[in-house]
Design a protein around this ligand. Structure first.
Ligand code: 5AD
Ligand code: SF4
Length: 494
């Protein structure tokens, strides 16, 4: 994990200006810098007292948005003086949760149960929970009742307040078992200029918007992430420029529905326009984005993608179902035909683009005919890869009260059939690519075989090839020698 150098300097300057003898300021982000400074002093004392570092362990469930939020949290913890660790024998444990499907919730409860004995061993341990699951009232009630070892709960809108909440736990109620709970319903605020961290020095996610207004009938995200709001383009571009000066070569622009970026701004800016401006940042080499909603993917965007040298030849375009009948009930605002037409247009503008998707099996009322339509789209589009999900009933969504839930055994059988076909097509496509030469951004030493390094092509394919760790963070021309499942073995060509 690392901080942008420029960001770090700016943070130190801000911290230096804070006077802890005064009450905390009301305005953000100054208020958070006040609590960061206060906690920093406490962490440094605590380290001396214990004769060892203080460790923070952060676990992320769910999507890229959560991954990025966790990087921000890690940035704050690092500023406070904590060291990050993979072990749950830590002084601060945080689960950044997901609730898009029921099994994500179950995993968190399981992990919380396991933490009980760890906290007995280290009573100073602070356990914090945040993320989408915490925006559900019944979840917070359950934790208050059954998981008393949790210290702090916050939601998806107030991640920037972590230092303040931790201060409350440490300075205001250190001994008692009072949980610090702060969940926001309001969603208007976007606080900029906080510490930020990223996992890789050479690539990073960048939030361009938060929330979702689409209310797909199966999906809980609009309820837990709130209404759609976009960051100002100037803030986004300044953040990316700062990252690029610090060595970032690839960015992933993140949002639940990036294609509707900018609509809520005082001076609206289209996503295509944001991409055009991002492309002009000197030194930035690759641009990715996710997730796209087919209903909002404009001709303007397709044109920008077609003309761009930096936008990667990769598009994640969730289908959800191939049945126009179900798509209507899902509230997706496109038909099977619209989707196929869109794919055709995109392929015309960007030949050889890698297409990936999300598909749900077993949505209420899904018939064999509906499912056959999904299989038909899979055959026609030939996705490079796809995430397949079994429909999960989410309390509060319109689909949860739909009758005709599909029997489990039928869903399972359809799911297996779909997955097998997707994997076969994916293997066929990777086999077709063998022999070609690609530019690979090298990311790390191979986890299993230290003589290999691992990177990604612009189509987001994973390639392992013999090479030295010096190559990490650089672009290398690699010939794809063989395909294994969804990844390649390659060799450097120059
Ligand atoms: N059940 C199963 N899958 C879901 N997704 C969203 N909500 C549900 C649900 N209730 C899937 C969609 C979405 C992806 C992130 O998760 O396919 O694109
Ligand atoms: Fe959920 Fe639909 Fe919004 Fe995606 S677009 S987050 S599936 S409601």
């Amino acid at each position: 994990m690392r901080q942008d150098v420029m960001n770090r300097q700016a943070i130190e300057e801000r911290l230096a200006q804070i006077d802890l003898t005064l009450p905390p300021p009301e305005n953000e982000p100054d208020r958070q810098y006040y609590f960061m400074k206060k906690l920093r002093g406490w962490v440094s004392e605590k380290k001396k007292e214990l004769g060892r570092p203080l460790y923070a362990n952060i676990t992320t469930f769910g999507c890229q948005m959560n991954a990025r939020d966790s990087e921000k949290i890690a940035g704050i913890m690092q500023m406070l003086g904590y060291e990050e660790t993979d072990s749950e024998k830590a002084d601060f444990i945080l689960y950044n949760t997901c609730t898009v499907r029921e099994n994500a919730n179950l995993k968190v409860y399981g992990r919380l149960g396991q933490l009980k004995s760890a906290k007995q061993e280290n009573p100073g341990m602070v356990i914090a929970l945040c993320g989408c699951m915490m925006q559900e009232k019944q979840v917070v009630e359950k934790i208050k009742k059954s998981y008393r070892n949790v210290d702090i709960i916050f939601g998806t809108h107030n991640i920037f307040k972590l230092a303040e909440l931790l201060s409350r736990k440490i300075f205001d109620s250190p001994q008692d078992s009072e949980m610090v709970i702060d969940i926001w319903e309001g969603t208007a605020e976007i606080v900029e200029e906080l510490p930020n961290e990223r996992k890789y020095p050479f690539k990073s996610g960048v939030n361009i918007m938060f929330g979702c207004n689409n209310f797909c009938s199966y999906c809980i995200v609009p309820y837990v992430r709130g209404r759609e709001r976009s960051r100002e383009p100037e803030d986004i571009l300044a953040e990316i420029s700062c990252m690029v000066k610090d060595g970032v070569k690839e960015v992933m622009l993140l949002g639940q529905n990036v294609n509707s970026y900018g609509k809520t701004l005082e001076k609206p800016v289209s996503f295509a326009e944001l991409l055009r401006r991002t492309e002009q940042i000197e030194g930035l080499e690759r641009i990715r984005f996710m997730t796209s909603h087919p209903k909002d993917l404009s001709d303007e965007l397709i044109e920008v993608m077609g003309n761009s040298k930096k936008i990667c030849r990769q598009l994640h375009l969730p289908l959800q179902s191939g049945s126009s009948r179900l798509l209507k009930i899902m509230n997706r605002h496109y038909s099977k035909e619209d989707y196929l037409l869109l794919v055709e247009k995109i392929r015309r503008a960007v030949p050889d683009i890698s297409l990936t998707t999300d598909i749900i099996v077993g949505f209420p009322g899904e018939t064999e005919e509906d499912f056959a339509e999904t299989m038909d789209v899979v055959e026609r589009v030939r996705y490079d890869s796809a995430f397949t999900f079994i429909y999960s009933k989410r309390t509060g969504t319109p689909a949860a009260s739909m009758e005709e839930q599909v029997p489990e055994d039928i869903v399972k059988e359809r799911f297996d059939r779909l997955l097998a076909r997707i994997q076969d097509i994916s293997a066929e496509k990777t086999a077709e690519a063998v022999g070609s030469v690609c530019e690979v951004l090298v990311e790390e030493v191979n986890k299993r075989e230290a003589s290999l390094v691992t990177g990604r092509t612009d189509k987001n394919q994973i390639v392992h090839f013999p090479g030295s760790p010096d190559l990490i963070g650089t672009f290398v021309k690699v010939r794809l020698v063989s395909a294994k499942g969804f990844y390649f073995i390659g060799e450097q060509t120059e």
